[in-house]
Design a protein around this ligand. Sequence first.
Ligand SMILES: [Zn+2]
Length: 61
Amino acid sequence: MSEIIPFRRKTAREKARGKTLCRNGFHKWEAVKERPFDVKEGKLLTLYRCRRCGATQIRRT
Ligand SMILES: [Zn+2]
């Protein structure tokens, strides 16, 4: 069984509401999961989410 990570697709209205820093790519990332999780290739990944706009990002750890 694999874990499914939902990605929110931003609507035009949500984009317009975003902060200038976020729109320029400077998000305020925070780890959603404290522990990295395994994917099938065996790499460790951590899910991050922006506190301001709610964008998500996955990083290798
Ligand atoms: Zn953001």
